[in-house]
Design a protein. Structure first.
Length: 148
């Protein structure tokens, strides 16, 4: 039933929250519904970074190790894809895309702009700097403004 609702639900807010702030992903993780967690994670608009009223995200409520791993893997894949997308946009000088990407709700909730995976310049990577360090070193004001 859940799979059908997800697939056919026109205008469905996949991240809607109940009075406790839980999303469908929170509830599926908490109840141990692994197939439902998988279906929800496959939805392009899912946001696994939404906190409920207790400040917990779905991975915090995972009832089984399998669900914990599903959520962890989905987040890792998502972040890897977004980091690659940022690197591609940096290479093209497409700062509008970077700015747009950084304000996406799931990106905003999961990607740390100070992550050591974001810099592309070899010196910044070797010295353990952030993308902001790289922007400063290159005197790239536009990138610095986006990151700040």
């Amino acid at each position: 039933m859940v799979e059908q609702i997800i697939r056919e639900g026109k205008g469905l807010d996949i991240n809607a929250q109940d009075k406790e702030g839980n999303t469908a992903l929170h509830l599926a993780a908490q109840l141990g519904r692994s197939p439902v967690v998988k279906d929800l994670l496959d939805h392009p608009d899912i946001n696994d970074a939404i906190s409920n009223r207790q400040g917990k995200i779905p991975i915090d409520l995972a009832r089984t190790p399998e669900i914990f791993q599903q959520l962890q893997l989905a987040r890792s894949i998502f972040l890897d894809d977004k980091i690659k997308e940022i690197h591609t946009s940096l290479a093209k000088g497409d700062y509008k895309h970077i700015e747009k990407l950084l304000i996406e709700p799931r990106v905003e909730g999961t990607l740390d702009v100070n992550a050591l995976e974001l810099p592309t310049e070899p010196y910044t990577v070797q010295s353990g700097g952030t993308l902001l360090h790289e922007a400063a070193r290159k005197r790239d004001i536009q990138l610095a403004q986006i990151l700040l």
